[in-house]
Design a protein around this ligand. Structure first.
Ligand SMILES: [Ca+2]
Length: 435
C-alpha cells in the first residue's frame, strides 16, 4: 500500500526563508504547562525558523503559536519552507493545522514533511497537499489522522503553491496510539489448516472487538484523496454477510470519503495463513487493498522496519470495464527491499473477473517464507532471511482492509469523473495455523 510513498521527496530544496522576527517567545496555554517557543537556531541556516511545541495531551488541549508570535508571522512563497520542531509527549493520530493568510490570488498549497533529520535519508509527507478556501481572511490548512510517535520531530512546512503569511502550526492529539494487546502466534508444522480467528461479517454491525478505524485525510503518504471516516456506516458496514467499504464522492465536504479498517489495537498475528474473500471495484481511480503492517508501526519512521505484506492490491484502471478482468498485485516491503530504493519484490497475477466475481487472497507465512496466493494458487514467494533487514517478519502483523481513491498509484491514470461511489466487498477474513 506504500509503493508510491515519498515519490515527491526526491527534489532538493534550497531556499531562503525570510523571518520577520527571530526572537525567542514563550507562553503557556491554559491546559498545558508546556512551553511553546519560536526560535532561531544558530548553527543551522540563519534563515531557518525553528518552531518548538510541547506535545498535546487531548483533543481540547491545543498549543497555539499565534499568541506567542502575534505580529510575527512568516511569509512563504512557492518552494519555500520553515522548520518546525515538535516534541510530542504522546504517540497517536493528530490533527495538523497550519494557519495563515493567503497573499495574492494564486491558489495556495501547503504541505509538511517529517523527520528531515533522519540519518537514513528517508523523510515523510505527513499531510499531503493542503489547499485553502478563498472565502476567509484567516485560513486553516488542516488534515487529520497523521500518526506521530512520541519524541522530537524535526519537520518542515512547505508552501508549494501561491504565497502564504503563516501564523502557526497546531498539533492536536485525536487518538492515542495503541498497539495490539493480543498476539496470536500460529503453528506452522503439519498438514492441515486449523481456523484460529475469523470475521465472517455475518452480524449486523462491524465487530469493534476485532476492528478499529484508521481515520483522516493526511494523504497517507501517497497524496490520496479520501477522508477515511471513523466507524461511519456510509463508508463501512455489513450488508448481506459481507463487509462493504464504500468510497463516496463529494461527501462531507471532502473530495472523497472511504474507510480503512485494521486489527491494530485489538489483535495482531504472527505466522499462519491469513485469507480473505473479496470483490474489488472496477472504476478508474480506486486502489483496493488487503494487507498487513507490523505491530511495531507507530508512525512513518517505523516503516519499512515493521515489515509490510501486501496480500492483494488492485487498482481500478487495470480492470477491464466490460469483463471485470484485472490484476492482483503481491508485494512485501522490508528494510532491505522497499520502493524508495527501487528494489521491492512484487509479482502480479491476471485474475479473471476480479471485479465481477468473488476471489480468495491469502498469505502463508512461516519463519522462513512468505507465499501469496489467489484462489489457492501461489504466485509470489519471498524467502530472503539472511538478516533482520531482509526478514523483519518475526514480529506480529496487523491486518488492514481499505479502499483508497487517487494517489500516486490509484490515481495514476486519473479518476473516472462519472463515478460517485465505489465498493470493495469482503466476505470474510480468516486466520489459520497448521497442525
Ligand atoms: Ca460473510
Amino acid at each position: 500500500m506504500k509503493a508510491f510513498q515519498n515519490k515527491n521527496l526526491k527534489q532538493t530544496y534550497n531556499v531562503i526563508i525570510f523571518i520577520s522576527s527571530s526572537l525567542y517567545f514563550s507562553c503557556s496555554s491554559s491546559q498545558n504547562s508546556g512551553e511553546i517557543a519560536v526560535q532561531e537556531i544558530a548553527g543551522e541556516s540563519p534563515y531557518t525558523l525553528i518552531v518548538e511545541a510541547e506535545s498535546l495531551h487531548d483533543i481540547s488541549d491545543k498549543a497555539r503559536l499565534d499568541e506567542a508570535s502575534k505580529g510575527k508571522s512568516v511569509v512563504l512563497s512557492k518552494g519555500e519552507w520553515l522548520a518546525v520542531d515538535a516534541n510530542f509527549e504522546e504517540a497517536g493520530r493528530y490533527r495538523i493545522e497550519v494557519t495563515g493568510t493567503p497573499v495574492g490570488s494564486d491558489t495556495s498549497v501547503v504541505w509538511m514533511e517529517d523527520y528531515y533529520d533522519n540519518p537514513d535519508g528517508r523523510t515523510y509527507d505527513v499531510t499531503g497537499k493542503m489547499t485553502n478556501s478563498p472565502s476567509f481572511d484567516i485560513q486553516s490548512y488542516t488534515v487529520e489522522g497523521t500518526p506521530f510517535n512520541q519524541g522530537l520531530h524535526k519537520m518542515k512546512v512547505y508552501v508549494s503553491g501561491g504565497t502564504v503569511d503563516i501564523d502557526n502550526v497546531i498539533f492536536t492529539l485525536m487518538k492515542p496510539h495503541k498497539a495490539s494487546p493480543e498476539i496470536l502466534t500460529q503453528t506452522y508444522e503439519g498438514n492441515e489448516w486449523e481456523l484460529v480467528w475469523s470475521d465472517e461479517f455475518d452480524g449486523t454491525e462491524i465487530d469493534q472487538s476485532k476492528w478499529t478505524f484508521d481515520f483522516g485525510d493526511w494523504g497517507w503518504g501517497n497524496n490520496e484523496l479520501q477522508y477515511y471516516t471513523d466507524n461511519r456506516s456510509e463508508n463501512a458496514r455489513i450488508e448481506d454477510g459481507a463487509l462493504v467499504i464504500e468510497a463516496r464522492k463529494g461527501d462531507l465536504g471532502n473530495e472523497w470519503t472511504s474507510a480503512r479498517l485494521t486489527t491494530r489495537g485489538n489483535v495482531a498475528f504472527l505466522y499462519g495463513k491469513i485469507e480473505f474473500k473479496a470483490l474489488v471495484p472496477r472504476e478508474r481511480g480506486n486502489w483496493a487493498a488487503g494487507w498487513t503492517l507490523g505491530n511495531t508501526y507507530v508512525d512513518e519512521k517505523d516503516w519499512p522496519y515493521c515489515g509490510e505484506i501486501d496480500i492483494l492490491e488492485s487498482v481500478g484502471y487495470e480492470v477491464d470495464d466490460e469483463t471485470g478482468d484485472g490484476i492482483a498485485h503481491a508485494t512485501v516491503h522490508t528494510p532491505a527491499y522497499y520502493f524508495k530504493i527501487g528494489n521491492q519484490i512484487s509479482n502480479t497475477k491476471d485474475v479473471s473477473k476480479i471485479a465481477a466475481e468473488w476471489h480468495t487472497y491469502a498469505v502463508e507465512w512461516t519463519p522462513s517464507e512468505i507465499n501469496i496466493l489467489v484462489d489457492d494458487v501461489p504466485y509470489y514467494l519471498y524467502d530472503k532471511t539472511a538478516n533482520e533487514k531482509e526478514w523483519p517478519f518475526n514480529i506480529p502483523q496487523n491486518i488492514i482492509l481499505n479502499l483508497a481513491m487517487g494517489g500516486g498509484w490509484g490515481g495514476a491514470q486519473g479518476l473516472d469523473p462519472t463515478v460517485t461511489s465505489q465498493k470493495f466487498l469482503i466476505d470474510y477474513v480468516r486466520v489459520y495455523q497448521k497442525k
